[in-house]
Design a protein around this ligand. Structure first.
Ligand code: PHE
Length: 494
């Protein structure tokens, strides 16, 4: 309807000078006309130009006076010819109206506060406020003094009115051509595809928001890391036991029983069941021996190793607990080289802050083969990290009870313009590997890092609690990109 009106009108007329008047004359809604003009303009059927006009409209208060009359008028009407006591007058008029109307009527000298009564000063007055408000409502011209007075009383406000002037556009036609959105079998059979006009593709259309589920950033980065390990020929380790014994988490890793990490301030110990039921007894003996007296070229720690301490159940503090189990199992068979990885949850009794949580995820890689050396570790780390987009690496000597040498891994962050620590690594000690029964020429290189850290850097999240835990905003998970093309470290948002 509205579209037809606009196109037909332009067939015989140069222009629609004011869409507002145009709509009014035809009894059409201006909103409808505006929508039609915008659409026709988009397809260049018409050329539309904005018209902006400022106009005065009544406030809610102003509108109420067009019916009941201004407050001063209402007060005047309530004063009888013989006069009235102020309290009685007040009772006759609504309090809010009385408050305004009383002072305004006095100011207009319509009424007088005599003794003892209020009396009329005039018999007949015109309610000019009401008259002017009505004229504004009808869009009639008003003097600037009247405008000022009503504006001051907040009975009118200025409003921006937007409309269009419209002329024929380069694609003008009296009727909009139906454009085809699909080429159908029938179009081809009938041959009418030759005449059809096809709708152009809108390559910048946003598309429907996705209805389906959304993957958490940690899941996406975990997947990415998993793919890297698989491409490098690594096998996944079974990490589905969060509860571990101190033996596999610490003792098998040559971590002495008085080590501070084995304190309840750092580790969550289980109350129920508080200790493990079974451990491989002959291996336990060899572990006890190496802690107490050493062997394989080591002097050991020289303390009384206690079985009860090794039996204590805990929430594993690192996935290296799983690596120690896997290496022990590997040592029970004729030796074959292996590459293992894991990505799973670990627990530490930490004070929670913006970079620490009491539970997080570790990524771990382990390579076990004859004759491996530090150069192999450095090589595999370069391979692994460059696949994650970190090709500039530096290493710093470090200490772990179970590796020697040990190296912290730093990567140059192009966004932050500095070296950031990205992981920890080393060669497992003979005190760990030999009691397991691995042959003497077999070496194991390994490294570990958190999953949270690279995820935070990749997704520009600077508080770990926004990534994991009960404070995570589901909107973040919905908003983050489905995929990132290329692997790039983006600058953190703060
Ligand atoms: N387990 C170490 C950690 O928790 C990481 C690591 C794994 C270090 C393997 C060396 C070798 O930080």
């Amino acid at each position: 309807m509205a579209e037809e009106a606009v196109l037909r009108y332009l067939e015989n007329n140069e222009e629609i000078s004011d869409s507002g008047k145009f709509a009014e004359e035809r009894g059409l809604s201006h909103d409808d006309i505006v929508n039609v003009i915008k659409s026709l303009n988009g397809f260049r059927y018409v050329d539309a130009e904005d018209i902006k006009k400022e106009r005065w409209v009544l406030t809610e208060e102003g509108r109420s006076y067009t019916e009941a009359g201004s407050p001063e008028f209402q007060v005047l009407l309530a004063v009888p010819v013989e006069g009235i006591a102020r309290e009685d007058l007040q009772k006759k008029v609504e309090p809010s109206i009385f408050k305004i109307g009383w002072s305004q009527a006095l100011k207009n000298k319509w009424i007088k506060m005599g003794k003892p009564n209020v009396s009329r000063e005039v018999q007949h007055v015109e309610d000019k406020v009401k008259v002017v408000l009505l004229r504004i409502q009808n869009g009639e011209a008003i003097s600037s003094e009247d405008i000022e007075a009503l504006k001051k009383r907040k009975l009118i406000t200025q409003q921006m009115w937007k409309g269009y002037s419209v002329r024929k556009g380069p694609n003008y036609a009296a009727e909009r051509k139906k454009v085809a959105t699909d080429l159908t079998r029938e179009n081809l059979q009938r041959g009418d595809w030759k005449e059809l006009e096809f709708k152009e593709y809108n390559f910048s259309a946003k598309g429907q928001p996705l209805e389906g589920g959304h993957l958490h950033p940690l899941l996406k980065v975990r997947r990415q890391v998993q793919m890297i390990f698989l491409q490098m020929g690594f096998e996944e380790m079974p990490t589905n036991n969060f509860v571990e014994s101190s033996f596999w988490n610490f003792d098998a890793l040559f971590q002495p029983q008085q080590h501070p990490a084995r304190d309840s301030h750092d580790t969550f110990f289980l109350k129920e069941p508080s200790s493990t039921k079974t451990l491989p007894e002959d291996y336990v003996e060899r572990v006890k021996e190496v802690h107490e007296r050493g062997g394989y070229g080591s002097r050991g720690y020289g303390y009384d190793w206690k079985r009860e301490e090794a039996n204590k159940n805990l929430l594993r503090t690192h996935t290296t607990a799983v690596s120690s189990r896997m290496l022990y199992l590997l040592a029970q068979k004729p030796f074959a080289p292996k590459k293992y990885y894991s990505i799973d949850r670990v627990f530490r009794n930490e004070a929670v802050d913006r970079t620490h949580l009491a539970e997080f995820h570790q990524i771990e890689g382990v390579v076990c083969d004859r004759g491996l050396a530090l150069g192999d570790l450095i090589g595999v780390l370069h391979d692994f990290f460059s696949r994650l987009g970190m090709s500039k690496l530096r290493f710093k000597p470090a200490y772990n009870p179970y590796t020697e040498p040990s190296m912290e891994i730093f990567s140059y962050h192009e966004g932050f313009k500095k070296w950031v620590e990205v992981g920890n690594s080393g060669m497992f000690r003979p005190e760990m590997l030999r009691p397991m029964g691995l042959p003497e020429d077999v070496q194991v290189i390994a490294w570990g890092l958190s999953l949270e850290r690279p995820t935070m850097i990749l997704y520009g999240i600077d508080n770990i609690r926004d990534l994991f835990g009960h404070k995570v905003d589901l909107g973040l998970i919905k908003r983050n990109p489905i995929c990132r093309l290329g692997i790039q470290y983006t600058e953190s948002t703060s």
